[in-house]
Design a protein around this ligand. Structure first.
Ligand SMILES: [Zn+2]
Length: 143
């Protein structure tokens, strides 16, 4: 099962700014990348201009992510009262903790909402929602 969208309702894309522009350009090329500080070695997401650990403004570099992790938490939207109008319910929003230790929010593909569980191993996939918008999502990973 892939997240389904409601025809006629525009899909809201990410707000692109100077900090996250590279991240989304890489997603468009089907690459998941993270910021890593070359000084302290920590990974970060959401993209930012300064390492929060060593306070450096010029040590954050973009590196490929393994794209592998596990579901840290999730919520299933079953009512349209709180759901995003462009998405058909039910759908699942997951918080995935990547092997690098950072967490990203997204949706899942190829699984029923009732099959999602905390700790499920997942890997990244990419989906072109429009000609201009590619997003990352996660599918169950075997092993
Ligand atoms: Zn640092």
């Amino acid at each position: 099962m892939v997240t389904e969208y409601v025809p006629g309702i525009p899909i809201m894309g990410p707000y692109i700014d100077l900090d996250n522009q590279v991240f989304w350009e890489n997603v468009k090329q089907r690459k998941l990348t993270l910021q890593r500080c070359s000084n302290c070695g920590n990974f970060y997401h959401i993209p930012r201009p300064m390492c929060p650990q060593c306070k450096s403004m010029d040590t954050l570099e973009w590196v490929p992510s393994s794209g592998r992790g596990h579901i840290y938490s999730y919520v299933t939207f079953t009512s349209d009262r709180m759901a995003y109008p462009a998405m058909k319910i039910p759908y699942v929003v997951v918080l995935v903790e990547l092997e690098e230790g950072v967490r990203l929010t997204s949706n899942v593909v190829d699984m029923k909402p009732e099959d999602v569980y905390i700790g499920m191993p997942v890997e990244v996939v990419f989906e072109d929602l429009t000609d201009d918008l590619t997003v990352y999502k996660f599918k169950k990973r075997e092993g």
